[in-house]
Design a binder for this molecule. Structure first.
Ligand SMILES: [Mg+2]
Length: 224
């Protein structure tokens, strides 16, 4: 195990077989479980919110491209005292298109780039399963958010969830997040129609993550 730049224990990928990753990640989560209690939390979907999405999936760091102003938004949320936790479905793993090692590499590079721009992503929770596996953790199921709640003792009523798909907003509602924000980047325009048909209303529809960050900061009770 090695310690990464945000102070969490992570496995050394050079010594792992693919089969051992799930056990290691579970162990990691337990080891990190009592580190901190977070009071101001923003849950973020990844693809289509932080970075440009792709119908072919984001399978390597070379395919990862930050959306305009997303780094600025992450910096401003961080500087306003929010802890950012990424909640993401990554079915490319179990589709056999990307290894867990590659996903970890993408996330390490993403966190480093955010840190270099004075922001901080505190943690990342992901679901590696395909939809047909009917797992318990793929959004819109709330399991990943509940894992984060358990690890950080988060009061979900005070949290914000930002996503570009109907699944993200449904996940936020099922988990009991206080605020659900849809962004019109990524799949957001289509999601707006889907949510309307399902009679589910986000608390705010933002142009992008920067607009969402402005809304969150303005609604922060500590913001005067
Ligand atoms: Mg998305």
């Amino acid at each position: 195990m090695i310690e990464n730049h945000v102070g969490f224990l992570t496995p050394d990928p050079r010594h792992l077989t693919p089969f051992s990753w799930v056990k290691i990640i579970n162990t990691m989560q337990k080891l990190n479980s009592t580190r901190r209690n977070l009071s101001k939390v923003v849950f973020l979907d990844r693809d289509g919110v932080i970075n440009r999405d792709s119908p072919g999936y984001i399978k390597s760091w070379s395919e990862f491209e930050f959306l305009p102003d997303s780094l600025m938004a992450l910096k401003r949320l961080t500087q306003n005292g929010f802890s950012i936790i990424v909640i993401t479905n990554q079915s490319a793993v179990n589709r056999g298109m990307m290894s867990l090692k590659e996903l970890d590499f993408i996330h390490t590079r993403m966190q480093s780039a955010v840190a270099a721009n004075n922001g901080k992503i505190t943690d990342i929770f992901f679901c590696p399963h395909r939809p047909d596996e009917s797992c318990g953790c793929r959004k819109p199921k709330p399991e990943l958010i509940h894992q984060a709640q358990h690890r950080y003792a988060v009061d979900l009523k005070s949290t914000y969830m930002v996503g570009d798909s109907a699944k993200d907003i449904e996940c936020a509602r099922q988990a009991g997040c206080g605020h659900a924000i849809l962004v019109r980047t990524g799949n957001g325009i289509n999601a707006e129609t889907i949510l309307h048909e399902r009679k589910i209303s986000p608390d705010y529809v933002a142009a992008d993550l920067d607009d969402a960050a402005n809304w969150i900061i303005a609604h922060d009770p500590e913001h005067a």
